[in-house]
Design a protein around this ligand. Structure first.
Ligand SMILES: NC(=O)c1ccc[n+]([C@@H]2O[C@H](COP(=O)([O-])OP(=O)(O)OC[C@H]3O[C@@H](n4cnc5c(N)ncnc54)[C@H](OP(=O)(O)O)[C@@H]3O)[C@@H](O)[C@H]2O)c1
Length: 333
């Protein structure tokens, strides 16, 4: 039986592209804008004239973002100060649960109505890596990772889709190269980012007929406060567990302290510490995904991300796992 494509379907040829103008203000919602990549995306888009609804978890972070934007949003042209016309409107938006997302979405909607600018983009950026040996990850750790990195984006997107469909807007999900390659202690983070990739693939084909483009940006190591914080938290947790295990030593399971594993991850961070690229590289890809008439479905950021994705495809998982183990052994010598 053949189905007709309904008239309202427009496919990507009709998708919106281009930047906002004073006559055509456009709104973009970005999550996790207090620091790092999200902050870079919010500031750059506002400097390009977008009305950025900036998701934060603390009022002070929103105020700091607005302050930084106003401070830098002025350039000189022929002796006069020129401003971008963009703005940053912070909203409290915590992706921790369905309830906090519903509350946050009400605030986003109220802002959008007050501003009278169509929502033409959603950038699901917020994320957090709880690095732990898989055996030590509690159900609550898994829930935190999945809500922050994946389910929060799923639920927020579900709420935003009617507006994105109406505007033929764009959806940009920040994944990670960790979706392809899972080092020790990355179980929950990699699983959540792999889920982002799979969900984005499904959405891409489902939303194509509505002229809504979906892209995943998969960065390698980017210089932000996130990785160092995750490492410190992992080491603290490891020492705490180590102590607990030694106090309640389980006969016959002397290896449960996982010192080698945690140390090799620490060594991997030390090795990569100088290799990350700046936030600007991710921002460039997000801009392309939001504005280009021919957006890509996948953007890798950094040589490490390209190399790992290519290696995964060419060498296959068993060879890569073996190589990763040798690499970690050498690093932790
Ligand atoms: N840096 C890298 O090397 C790298 C590589 C690949 C992918 N990524 C991805 O890029 C994205 C941004 O990472 P980043 O490096 O910029 O990290 P970051 O500096 O730590 O920023 C993370 C942002 O997410 C927010 N956030 C955390 N939990 C949240 C929650 N429950 N609800 C709402 N917001 C929440 C944080 O807000 P608070 O300040 O309130 O905690 C912060 O604004 C993440 O998705 C990350 O997985 C990063």
């Amino acid at each position: 039986m053949a189905y007709d494509v309904p008239n309202e379907y427009c496919f990507l040829s009709m998708t919106r592209s281009g930047k906002p103008t004073p006559e055509r203000p456009l709104a973009v919602l970005v999550t996790g804008t207090s620091t790092g990549i999200g902050r870079g995306i919010a500031l750059t888009l506002a400097q390009q004239g977008y009305t950025v609804i900036a998701g934060v978890r603390q009022t002070a972070h929103g105020a700091a973002l607005v302050h930084d934007f106003k401070k830098n949003d002025a350039s000189m042209s022929q002796g006069t100060v020129v401003r971008s016309g963009g703005q940053i409107c912070p909203v409290i938006l915590d992706l921790a649960s369905e309830a906090t997302i519903a509350e946050g979405w009400e605030r986003v909607n109220a802002q959008l109505q007050a501003l009278d600018a169509p929502l033409v983009g959603l950038v699901n950026n917020a994320g957090n890596a709880t690095l732990r040996v898989a055996e030590w990850l509690s159900v609550s750790d898994w829930q935190t990772a999945l809500w922050t990195n994946f389910l929060g984006a799923v639920e927020l997107t579900r709420l935003a889709l009617p507006q994105l469909r109406a505007s033929h807007g764009r959806l940009v999900n920040i994944g990670s190269i960790a979706a392809w390659m899972t080092p020790p202690c990355y179980a929950s983070y990699s699983a959540s980012k792999a889920a982002v990739g799979a969900w984005s693939r499904a959405l891409r084909s489902e939303l194509l007929p509505f002229g809504v483009a979906v892209a995943v940006v998969e960065p390698g190591v980017i210089v932000t406060p996130g990785p160092a914080r995750s490492l410190k938290e992992m080491m603290d947790h490891h020492h705490q567990r180590q102590q607990e295990i030694q106090e309640n030593a389980t006969p016959g399971d002397p290896h449960a302290v996982y010192s080698y594993t945690t140390e090799s991850v620490r060594a991997m961070f030390d090795f990569g510490a100088d290799g990350g690229v700046s936030v600007g590289h991710v921002v460039d890809m997000v801009e392309h995904a939001l504005q280009s008439p021919t957006p890509r479905s996948k953007y890798y950021v950094g040589l490490d991300a390209r190399f790992l994705a290519a290696s995964f495809t060419i060498l296959g998982e068993p060879v890569l796992d073996w190589l990763a183990l040798q690499f970690l052994k050498v690093l932790s010598l």
